[in-house]
Write a protein that binds this ligand. Structure first.
Ligand code: KMH
Ligand code: ZN
Length: 284
């Protein structure tokens, strides 16, 4: 399903679990840095911020307290933007730790729609586990707490679990699916125009879609995604560069570029209020 004509919803994925300040010193890790980045992205035209929590050493963490701290810090700087927490968490977190962020009551949260295998780094061979029974339990919890799930699909196979949630009425319409292209995990599709086009064919009725693409594919494929009528996600979680060999100065710099491109294409970024209305997100 396409967004209303002439509109694009922009998410800024601020930090993720994997990228560190060694890779790009502009990655926000602590609550005040995250809040500052969220404000800048809102000013640049983002409606949603997707956030992972880090402990004092910069490692992914899943404590309710840290997520509450982030929530308060972001709300202190920016009352409008939609806050989305990650239940993907990080490779060092247990399944229980990954969903604790829901207790901090974000307006939206990511919900990963299948299992992938990490193939490199210290967690090579450790699965990014998202079993159907866990997906169902997390969706039920999000429904109970009025948290909008963004259903993350890394391959065509994952639409099976999207359909399962819809059939079991565990997600409320309109549904929101994030097409994640180019994750360096076994089982994830590559980031190409062909994979984006073909995944769209599998989108169940009543789903809005977002395009996320990793590394150098972020710019071309999110631009393609907005032309196709979808929302887009940019930010340092998925891509630390502005151009080849040039680190991005901030998340906002990546949002600003997408806003420039959108306007050239006669698309206007939504406000957070418009995005809430389109996606059926309850403001808190
Ligand atoms: N790292 C992204 C490509 C999550 O946080 O739950 C996918 C993601 C999932 O953002
Ligand atoms: Zn994430």
């Amino acid at each position: 399903m396409k967004l209303p004509a002439g509109k694009v919803i922009i998410t800024a994925a601020l930090n993720g679990a994997f990228v560190t300040k060694d890779m790009n010193p502009n990655v926000p890790e602590q609550p005040e840095e995250i809040a500052q980045a969220a404000r800048e992205c809102y000013d640049a035209g983002a409606s949603i911020v997707h956030i992972h929590a880090r402990d004092g050493q910069g490692r992914p963490t899943g404590t309710k307290e840290k997520f509450e701290e982030i929530m308060a810090a972001v709300r202190g700087r920016c009352s409008e933007i939609i806050i989305q927490f990650s239940t993907g968490g990080g490779a060092n977190l247990t399944i229980e730790e990954r969903v604790r962020c829901l207790e901090a009551r974000p307006e939206s949260a990511s919900l990963n729609m299948g299992t992938l295998m990490r193939q490199s780094g210290p967690y090579a061979g450790v699965p990014f586990s998202n079993l159907t029974k866990d997906i169902e339990a997390w969706a039920a919890k999000m429904k109970e707490l009025d948290i909008k799930p963004e259903m993350e699909c890394y391959s065509h196979a994952m639409f099976r679990d999207v359909r399962n949630l819809i059939q079991k009425d565990l997600v409320k319409p309109p549904y929101y699916v994030n097409l994640v292209l180019g994750m360096p995990y076994q089982g994830a599709v590559e980031a190409t125009p062909e994979t984006l086009m073909s995944m769209l064919q599998f989108l169940p009725t009543g789903c809005y879609f977002n395009t996320t693409a990793v590394a150098a594919a972020q710019l071309p494929l999110t631009t393609m995604g907005m032309i196709l009528g979808g929302a887009i996600r940019v930010g340092l979680e998925d891509n630390i560069y502005y151009a080849k060999g040039v680190l991005a100065k901030s998340n906002a710099q990546l949002v600003e570029r997408s806003v420039r491109l959108a306007r050239e294409l006669n698309l206007e970024p939504t406000t957070p209020a418009e995005a809430r209305q389109i996606l059926g997100i309850v403001k808190r």
